[in-house]
Design a protein around this ligand. Sequence first.
Ligand code: CTP
Length: 403
Amino acid sequence: MRWKVVVGVCAGIAVYKACELVRLFTESGHEVRVVPTRDALRFVGEPTWAALSGNPVSAEVWDAVHEVPHVRIGQSADLVVVAPATADVLARAAAGLANDLLTNTLLTARCPVVFAPAMHTEMWEHPATQANVATLRSRGAIVIEPAVGRLTGADTGKGRLPEPQQIFEVCRGVLRGGSADLAGRHVVISAGGTREAIDPVRFIGNRSSGLQGYALARTALARGAEVTLVSANVALPDPAGAKVVRVESAIQLREAVLAAAESADAVVMAAAVADFRPVRQSTGKIKKTADDPDPIYLTKNPDILQELGEVRAARRADGLPYPEVIVGFAAETEDMIANGQAKLRRKGCDLLVVNQVGENLAFGTPDNAAVVLVAGGDPVEIPRGPKEDLAGIVWNLVGARLV
Ligand code: CTP
């Protein structure tokens, strides 16, 4: 499908990354119209944008007036993405100003709008910017959280433009799904597999790659959600806009998930959490001096999913808010449905995504097949397909339960 994409670019040093973003759209066959602000052209000039997009470029409403560009460009777009979005453009968009071609385009666009802000940390954190972001989100725009990292010059912090590929993925999700039905919702996703330390260099781990959890995060972001991703030992790029909390062990994952759950609408426990951990962790590396090594005694880890359900029940009894939807994942090697139904009841969650694991199934593969067991409802079969498809169905079921 060929989409009409407007790429708005503003005056920030990160504007050079927008060249790559334009490329990603054109190389995927989409039609791109670049609309820069006047000052953005101080960083990267009109010929670059025109050559990359294959379309005329102007920052003004006064060029090619016979084509009425100040309304046509926005009206005919399938998506407007502003990257980098400066504090200034966020303020102008929130106020509804129309003092250049880009803000006119934003006012006339009826399609999804994505902002990828980039600025210094102080500007991003300023209450004025935060209020503008909240206003834009309340109107349905998707504002990607800036990344943390190197900013202009030597300083580092939150405010960095996410990588073009990540912005592109968010846009692709929006174009595919076409809706921002999770806008204004905070979702917490755990992903990956925990590691339980034996000594400073060894651990008990599992085969989880984090692919499914990251697909859930990208899909939720593309549908407008604020995402906290609690990531256990995953070697994948951070999804653009997610708040990523890195953990290693089940105890750390529990702490991070329970803290994030306080302000969440939904929690999805896609992580493979170790059921047991060594009772004792050696502070030094265990040497092979003895012929018979010491046994490693294990103790049970807390069941985080079950605890979420219990905390929720207690909060509900007191009339206090807690995530409305709790989703578990279950990996089963046999009797998928019977084991899954028992687990759904035991863990007190609303949805349980059950997939069969074994050789070449689920772990580390891009595809997944599953059955979603629904508390008080019929199971939903998900045929084998990309993990993104499964993620989309999970969010449909979650969304339907959010009032
Ligand atoms: N889970 C959790 N805390 C644990 C273990 C698992 O929160 N200590 C969560 C996982 O994130 C997943 C779900 O529980 O969402 C199911 O995990 P699974 O390992 O299949 O279930 P178990 O309760 O460990 O049951 P069993 O291993 O006996 O099948």
